[in-house]
Each structure stands twice: as structure tokens, then as C-alpha cells.
Design a protein around this ligand. Structure first.
Ligand code: SF4
Ligand SMILES: [Zn+2]
Length: 340
């Protein structure tokens, strides 16, 4: 088909921006990924990571564009998003008492226990912004655009954090990211602003830090394990979980024989395939029921020549001659709604 060639140029431009950036710290936005080996390799062998493909770059671009649209809409309704893309770092922690170092602290010793032994988790990140929570406090806000399926799932979730943590891999990274921001900006509450990409629906659920402190501790422990590996120049064993490894940029290193076969992870596709199959199964059942009903109707009308009346239906049997076969005919029974 003849085209203007613009779509091709757009793809080429997007392809030109595909790049793997070195990771010098543990990123809050990806710390929810389950594979420790991934986090270690991301920092030590980042230049061997296979770049994502054009399809994923388009998805990333779409997310960035959606975020800009959401911010414009917020501005239009007078919701100020402050400190956009503010960088943050998890502060060092006292090894004596677990106290996190205050940014205004000028002394080397911990003000709580006097210990001079601080641990740096090397966790950094960015916050989409801070927003007024309606009670005069500014709390972290993360904007996430998503498919109708993801939106419906998260919209109707009874326990949002649990649903995310049990969901597709990219959903699993959402709570760790926001909770770390909340914890280390000293905010007891945080919020997401979900944008459904197809119909443009929005949802802005608020979560609280206190029931989720254990998740933060788990993430800090995880960062420490990663840091230890990097310091000792060791690499954890591959997890060999195909559902995760198949979409990982290091699978050519971890899974022998996997070279050149990197798969694209589309966790939501499973749902669509499942739903299609369920409906196909139900159609099959319905078709079987229809066939059984047809057999029953045939059985009850066979050989009848009089008009049949049944409730609101009536049927006048009519003889149909089959043209090519002289002398052959059959009786057709068509029920019509007698009340119409
Ligand atoms: S391929 Fe699998 S084991 Fe290797 S880093 Fe990626 S997720 Fe971890
Ligand atoms: Zn201390």
C-alpha cells in the first residue's frame, strides 16, 4: 500500500532513542523486580544488557506522553504538582539502632545511640511530583497510564498493594517505588493517579505507609544483598523462571541457548487469551444446548400437518418442494410469535 512514509520515520526516530543507561545505584522504580541477579548485573554488566525492541520503546514513549497529558489536565483543574521529577536517595542508616540519618544532621555520630557506623543502601529514584492531599499536606504522587484491563483490575482491587504485588511483573514494581518515596520524604500517605489509555478514565487511590513498613524493610534487605554481591564481586544464580527471564535483557547470559530469542513480556495478553478461550468454551456449550433444543423441537413437530399453537407461538407447517429432485418434498416448521 502506498504510504507517506511518516510512520516509518517515526519508528526510526523511536529506534534511535533505544539505549541502555548504566545503573550506578539500586533504582526505586525497579527494586520490586524479584530477581537479585538482575539487579546485580544491571549495575555490574549493564553494557551487556540486550536493549529492548521498538515495540517496548513505543510503549515507553506512550507512557511519557500520557504523563504529560495528565499533568496538563491537572494544571487545567488547578491541581498543582510540585517538585516534579525530584531526585531522592534513601539516607544512610545507623547500624547501631536503625535510625535513618537526618539530612540536617551535621555530626558523624548517630544522635540516638552515638554509633558512628552508617550503612548506605544505594537506593535512588525520582518522584513524579508532590500534590496537595486536600488537607493541606503535600504527598508523593505517581502517575501511571495503563490498559483498560489493568485499570479495571486495579480499580476494583480490594487490597490495591496486595493485588499489585501478586500481579504482572511491572505492577509488582509500583508499590515498592511509591512506598520508598513516602517513607523517605517523611509522608504517611501517598497516591497514584491511574490513567486508562483507551477511554481516558482516571482513578487516584491513596495508600498509607504504616501497614506496609514491612515491604520497605524487605526492599532495604534486598538492596543490601545486591550491594554485598557487587562489593564481593559475586553473582547470584539465575532464577530460571521463564515467565520472568524470557523478557529479561540478560537472558542471553543466564539461559544458555537463549541467544537471539529474547521474548517480549506481555503479561496482560494472557488475560485476553484466557477470556477468549473461556468465551469460546461457553459458545461451545451454548451451541450444544441450542442443538439439543432443536432436536427436541424437531421431535415434537415431526409429521404434524395441523397448525400448532404453543403459548405465544404458532406454527403453520408448510410443504417445501425440493426443485432438482422431482417429487421430493419436506415439511418446514417455522414458529412465529403470534402476539406480534
Ligand atoms: S535472565 Fe532471569 S536470572 Fe538472569 S537476570 Fe534476568 S531474570 Fe535474573
Ligand atoms: Zn543509632
Amino acid at each position: 500500500m502506498e504510504t507517506l512514509g511518516i510512520a516509518k520515520r517515526l519508528d526510526e526516530e523511536a529506534k534511535g532513542r533505544i539505549k541502555i543507561w548504566p545503573a550506578k545505584s539500586n533504582r526505586a522504580s525497579s527494586l520490586g523486580r524479584p530477581c537479585i541477579r538482575y539487579h546485580v548485573l544491571r549495575r555490574t554488566r549493564w553494557n551487556e544488557m540486550r536493549a529492548h525492541d521498538l515495540g517496548l520503546q513505543r510503549v515507553f514513549d506512550e507512557g511519557v506522553a500520557q504523563e504529560k497529558i495528565v499533568l496538563q489536565r491537572l494544571m487545567a483543574i488547578g491541581v498543582e504538582v510540585l517538585e516534579q521529577q525530584r531526585a531522592f536517595r534513601v539516607p544512610p542508616r545507623c547500624q547501631g539502632c536503625g535510625h535513618f540519618r537526618d539530612m540536617f544532621q551535621t555530626t558523624a555520630a548517630c544522635p540516638e545511640c552515638g554509633t558512628d557506623d552508617w550503612y548506605d543502601y544505594q537506593i535512588t529514584g525520582h518522584i513524579d511530583g508532590m500534590v496537595d492531599d486536600g488537607m493541606g499536606y503535600h504527598i508523593p504522587l505517581e502517575i501511571k497510564s495503563m490498559s483498560p484491563w489493568a485499570f479495571n483490575t486495579l480499580y476494583s482491587a480490594e487490597d490495591l498493594v496486595e493485588t499489585m504485588l501478586a500481579g504482572p511483573p511491572h505492577h509488582q514494581t509500583y508499590p515498592p517505588q511509591l512506598l520508598l518515596y513516602m517513607k523517605f520524604t517523611g509522608k504517611p500517605r501517598g497516591a497514584w493517579l491511574f490513567k486508562e489509555k483507551l477511554a481516558g478514565r482516571h482513578h487516584d487511590p491513596v495508600i498509607y505507609l504504616s501497614p506496609h513498613e514491612h515491604i520497605i524493610e524487605g526492599l532495604l534487605d534486598k538492596a543490601r544483598v545486591i550491594n554485598d554481591h557487587i562489593e564481593q564481586k559475586t553473582e547470584p544464580d539465575p532464577i530460571n523462571d521463564y515467565s520472568i527471564c524470557s523478557a529479561c535483557g540478560f537472558n542471553h547470559i543466564c539461559l544458555p541457548g537463549h541467544e537471539g530469542k529474547q521474548a517480549i513480556m506481555d503479561a496482560e495478553l494472557e488475560w485476553y487469551v484466557d477470556e477468549k478461550r473461556k468465551r469460546e468454551d461457553s459458545i461451545r456449550d451454548v451451541k450444544a444446548e441450542i442443538r439439543a433444543l432443536e432436536d427436541e423441537i424437531k421431535e415434537r413437530t415431526k409429521g404434524r400437518e395441523e397448525m400448532i399453537i404453543s403459548g405465544k407461538y404458532r406454527c403453520v407447517p408448510r410443504t417445501v418442494n425440493v426443485k432438482p429432485r422431482e417429487g421430493y418434498s419436506y415439511t418446514k416448521y417455522e414458529f412465529q410469535n403470534a402476539t406480534e
